[in-house]
Design a protein around this ligand. Structure first.
Ligand code: ATP
Length: 628
């Protein structure tokens, strides 16, 4: 930062802003007209913010309590101006808000931008470009802003190429004026019909008048309806208007998957216009898990940080709640543990869960797309809000070993094999790796469906629920798997015939091998036993009943929440040639083989080897012997 004699300060954009600006200027070319929607949206937010602040500090409104947004253009100078009398910004706010992307998770987001236009456009859709959209149409932008309650104004100027300057300026009253110096190829926007059309399309619902300057009696002419959309009758609102309001409140580009517009009347009174988005926002799993619903009181914006308004497992909802019962001067602190807010919350949850249940049944296809985006968040509700557990469990969908698409728990249960008493699942990081797990082999052979649990949250809700419809949820990597009771699709010739004399002898030698392995491995394992769940792999690891699932243990270790895991049970496949050969030689030294089997099972589990050097030595020795 350098200060010159004219008090002009030069600042560089945060690196992420630079990359974002490149993409905004180029990739979003076909949707350029949204620059105006973004700037009007910011102006409206600034008016909302000041209206709230003025509830406790009325002097902030000195100079005019009516809010409005003014547009004007000059064809000769090639400028378009958007001016508001909202909160305005201090010098620090100008530098901070228009030079960085302050939102959490941003660097992560920008690092995902690939330079591939198509992909980037959809990512930006989750993010919203906001103010930076100005550079889609302008090669220079200047912003003059004066914070309500302050005397000085500041001017911010940039060509969007890496840096910006800030210097003192003058402005008659509070608010912000943004002047866009339009690019040669953006002259089309310097026309009243074009501007009027864009405002009508995207910003009709903005609750403040948006006026365009001009000559004659009709001017300044109001271009929008300027009525809060949620206060209007459903019959007066078309789909496009609902969509545009969604874009405004959510700051995203996708379309809503569901729209709930309602009015609750009774003990308490409130209106709601709530949306379920189509796309997962990039910060859905940010640790603060905050909801972004906007709370209004009698049409005055209060806050979008009212955590009690909606449980965190519905934090993907966007939209507005407007209460008639809360006092206008409600402070954000008063909203905590507030009985009115609690009632709104419970009504809202009921409504949303009801809508989801309806859609799950009637629009099964789009419902699974919803589930794919937001299911992992809804699953949190199963253990956070036990009162909704039953309904939420019905809403759950899973990928499984037996089907292409998604399956509900009810459908899983309906398709269970004769003799099957549990709902089987396997948990891990991704379906592809899980599908190759040795523990699934016996289930696959019998055609028993196993659900994939690939969301970290699965490790929490499953133990808290334990069952569905009286059927226990059972991990295929934990406890004994007595599959013999289940009538499967196994081919006749693959069935074990335990009665033959040969097999009896084989069983005895395998038993001897189990004992030898147990001795060789000592405390490295909890036990060694014959497996019922393996068909083609020689061995695998499983957790004992009542012990922590192996995947959860790995997760906790990764997050340094657990130092030492419990020893596992090594299961061996009596039908495998390697095990048969070892069993024939059980009287010999099985130590190397025992550790190689154990390490192999660990590798398949994706677990680090505690003694990689020992593993390499044994491997080398076995290979040398095999070749010699
Ligand atoms: N007209 C304005 N008046 C006052 N503050 C403004 C105005 N325009 C922008 N700001 C400030 O600059 C910040 C950044 O704006 P920007 O549009 O980039 O992001 P945003 O509105 O927070 O979110 P999004 O990127 O999703 O639009 C705003 O949060 C606001 O604090």
């Amino acid at each position: 930062m350098a200060e010159t004699a004219t008090k002009t300060e030069k600042h560089s954009f945060q690196a992420e802003v630079g990359r974002l600006l490149d993409i905004v200027a180029n990739a979003l070319y076909s949707e350029r007209e949204i620059f105006l929607r973004e700037l009007i949206s910011n102006a409206a937010d600034a008016c909302d913010r000041l209206r709230y602040q003025a509830l406790t500090e009325p002097a902030l409104l000195d100079g005019g309590a009516e809010f409005q947004i003014d547009l004007s253009f000059d064809e000769d100078a090639k400028t378009l101006t958007i001016s508001d009398n909202g909160s305005g910004m201090t010098k620090e706010e100008l530098v901070g808000n228009l030079g960085t992307i302050a939102r959490s998770g941003t660097s992560n987001f920008v690092s995902q931008l690939s330079g591939d236009e198509k992909k980037d456009v959809s990512l930006i859709g989750q993010f919203g470009v906001g103010f930076y959209a100005a550079f889609m149409v302008a090669d220079k932008v200047d912003v003059i802003s004066r914070r309500a309650g302050e005397d000085t104004a500041w001017q911010w100027i940039s060509d969007g190429k890496g840096d910006f300057t800030v210097e003192p300026a003058s402005r008659d009253a509070r608010g912000t004026t943004i002047t866009l110096h339009m690019k040669e190829d953006a002259a089309e926007f310097l026309s009243e019909p074009r501007i009027a059309n864009i405002v009508k399309t995207y910003s009709d619902h903005i609750p403040f008048p948006i006026k365009i300057a001009g000559e004659g009696e009709d001017y300044p002419k109001q271009l929008n309806a300027a009525a809060a959309l949620w206060t209007r009758n459903k019959s007066e609102i078309d789909e496009q208007q609902y969509k545009e309001f969604y874009h405004h409140v959510s700051h995203s580009f996708d379309d809503p998957w569901a729209t709930l517009h309602f009015r609750a009347e009774g003990v308490i009174e409130y209106a709601g216009l709530i949306y379920i988005p189509t796309m997962r926002p990039f910060d859905l799993f940010h640790p603060d898990r905050k909801s972004k619903l906007k709370l209004y009181v009698k049409r005055v914006f209060i806050t979008d940080e009212c955590e009690d308004l909606v449980p965190s497992w519905l934090r993907f909802l966007r939209g507005v709640i407007d209460s008639q019962d809360l006092p206008l001067n409600v402070s954000r602190e008063m909203l905590q543990n507030n009985p009115v807010v609690a009632k709104i919350r419970s009504g809202l949850v009921k409504r949303v869960v009801g809508e989801l249940s309806k859609k799950a049944e009637k629009e099964a296809d789009t419902y699974t797309t919803f589930w794919d985006a937001f299911g992992p968040v809804l699953k949190e509700g199963v253990y956070e809000s036990p009162e909704h557990r039953d309904e939420l469990m019905k809403l759950m969908r899973f990928k499984s070993t037996s089907r292409e698409g998604w399956v509900s728990l009810a459908d899983y249960v309906a398709d269970m094999k004769e003799g099957q008493e549990a709902i089987y699942y396997i948990s891990g990081d991704d379906q592809d790796t899980l599908s190759r797990s040795p523990q699934l082999e016996g289930f696959a052979a019998k055609g028993i469906e196993v659900l994939y649990m690939t969301d970290p949250v699965d490790e929490f809700w499953i133990p808290s629920v334990g069952e569905f419809d009286g059927k226990a949820l059972k991990s295929v990597t934990r406890g004994g798997a007595d599959l013999s009771k289940i009538k499967g699709a196994e081919k006749e010739d693959e069935k074990k015939d335990d009665d033959s004399a040969d097999d009896k002898a084989a069983t005895e030698t395998v038993d001897a091998l189990v004992t030898a392995l147990r001795e060789a491995l000592g405390d490295s394992v909890k036990d060694v036993r014959k497996s019922d769940r393996l068909t083609s792999s020689p061995c695998c690891l499983v957790a004992d009943d009542g012990e922590m699932d192996m995947h959860l243990e790995r997760l906790l270790k990764q997050h340094k929440q657990l130092e030492q895991g419990a020893p596992r049970i090594l299961e061996i496949n009596p039908g495998h040639v390697l095990i048969k050969a070892l069993a024939g030689n059980a009287a010999g030294d099985v130590k190397d083989a025992a550790y190689l089997l154990l390490d192999q099972a660990r590798i398949m589990e994706g677990e680090p080897l505690p003694d990689p050097a020992g593993f390499a030595q044994r491997m080398t020795s076995v290979m040398t012997k095999a070749m010699g």
